[in-house]
Design a protein around this ligand. Structure first.
Ligand code: ADP
Length: 170
């Protein structure tokens, strides 16, 4: 492929329920490589989320006010369809450990089959964040554990609020 000077648009799809410092690290490291990095928050019904897609998007936006070319959108269709819709040629995914590999490998190949013109870029997590997952964060918070150092401050506050309100309805 001939070298070009202009930067591509990339998307970073995921559940982000909620966004963690691991996700933020990937975004900070990569945003400068692209003209725009769009965080695509999956509005999927197959995963039970504690935050609505709108709440998750808002937390992404609020955690990344220091990165000008990043925005968050909620989307519930095929990732490659969204990429095409906005003219993004790259899908970013993070890899924490070997356990992530098979899923990411299958997903990247499926996306390649669906859209050969869109490339998946896998980025290794920084070691200090490799143990963080949204699921673990929710588990720790649900039993009263401290999640500072795992998620941005806005997420920590939102988690406490959300868990209080869900307890109140039980
Ligand atoms: P999904 O439900 O699609 O896996 P997630 O929100 O859990 O969505 O993750 C989105 C992407 O971010 C995935 O590629 C995942 O491997 C990556 N990721 C998750 N946690 C971290 C982390 N701590 N550091 C770096 N990447 C991460």
């Amino acid at each position: 492929m001939a070298p070009t000077n202009h930067k591509a648009t990339a998307i970073y799809p995921g559940s982000f329920d909620p966004i963690t410092l691991g996700h933020i690290d990937i975004i900070h490291r990569l945003a400068g490589l692209f003209s725009e990095l769009v965080i695509v928050v999956a509005n999927s019904s197959s995963k039970s989320s504690i935050f609505s897609a709108q709440e998750r998007c808002l937390m992404v936006q609020e955690s990344l006010t220091d990165v000008p070319n990043v925005r968050a959108v909620a989307f519930d269709g095929l990732t490659v369809d969204y990429a095409r819709k906005i003219g993004a040629s790259i899908i970013i995914r993070g890899l924490r450990a070997v356990a992530d590999f098979e899923y990411e490998f299958a997903m990247a190949n499926m996306n390649r089959k669906l859209a050969p013109d869109i490339e998946t870029m896998i980025v290794f997590t920084s070691p200090e964040y490799s143990f963080i997952s949204s699921r673990m964060v929710k588990e720790v918070a649900s039993v009263g554990g401290l999640v500072s150092g795992l998620v941005p401050a806005v997420v920590e506050k939102a988690l406490i609020q959300k868990l209080k309100s869900t307890r109140g309805t039980k």
